[in-house]
Design a protein around this ligand. Sequence first.
Ligand code: MN
Ligand code: MN
Length: 333
Amino acid sequence: MAGHATTKVVGQTDAQATPRFAGLTTFARLPRLDQVPDYDVAIAGVPFDAGCTYRSGARFGPAHIRQASRLLRPYHLGLGVAPFEANQVVDAGDLSANPFNIPQALEAVSQGAAQLIADGRRLVALGGDHTITLPLLRAVAQHHGPLAVLHFDSHLDTWGTYFGAEYTHGSPFRRASEEGLIDRNHSIHVGIHGSVYAESDLSEDTDLGFSLIPSEALEEGGVGPVVQRIRDRVGDQPLYISTDIDVIDVGMAPGTGTPEAGGLLTRELLLILRGLRGLQLAGADLVEVCPAYDHAEVTGIAAAHVVYEYLALMATEPRRLSNESLAGHQVQQ
Ligand code: MN
Ligand code: MN
């Protein structure tokens, strides 16, 4: 396992020297990939939205989230960690994806992600529409085997095809399940709300390996029982977290492509994530931020804070994930 015992971690630009609103934009004013000798966690944008079925524009999500992340500070009070000290976190820029050819885009994202996570490094991806989670899962599962997927979304995203297209933002988890990328005994959706096509959407979803916590569960029992259900379901399997920003109520995250009423409070989502300390977080993404529909950076700020929660969770775990540290957690489909 590689490490940086002799290398000083480079954190955010000094906000006392350069105000947070000044300077070139990276996520949380962190160094770029080419400004440090090595890293533990890479943040990469995936500006791709050719898989959208409703409002397009999530291709501008990464730039918007970066801009909205400028105010993030070094110390995470909730978990008592300094995310940018515990790990060398870098902004790796954007993964290039063909905007006119979805299969080619998926291949490019998968290859780009695989390079960034070599030797146990971890990746947090900024979307882009939810199509990008499939190639990200392909890359991460290649290292760790089938993954427990924790999926925050208003939608199931296990639909079949749309206008004959297999790869859209409505189907990444069906394709991932078919490809054996997800651990069918340990995966879960959280925050589902809005309408579906038929009741069979739910039974098919169960067959694909997901259990489900609807958004109403937050109203019934609060955050604590939801956290416990997630922890019970995920166990100690290698975990991938995918958050579609539309899991948050459209009133608190209007800048998204497929809005539904009745979602989580931003605070509820952040608190749930904070409850996941100690799980084997192998990778994560935040998708579906569509800045043209945002107001006053409300959605961008929510997205930046979700990513900050990911980085805080990663700060509570070893800098590099070795296959050994996850050995024994591989589960057959
Ligand atoms: Mn959604
Ligand atoms: Mn989605």
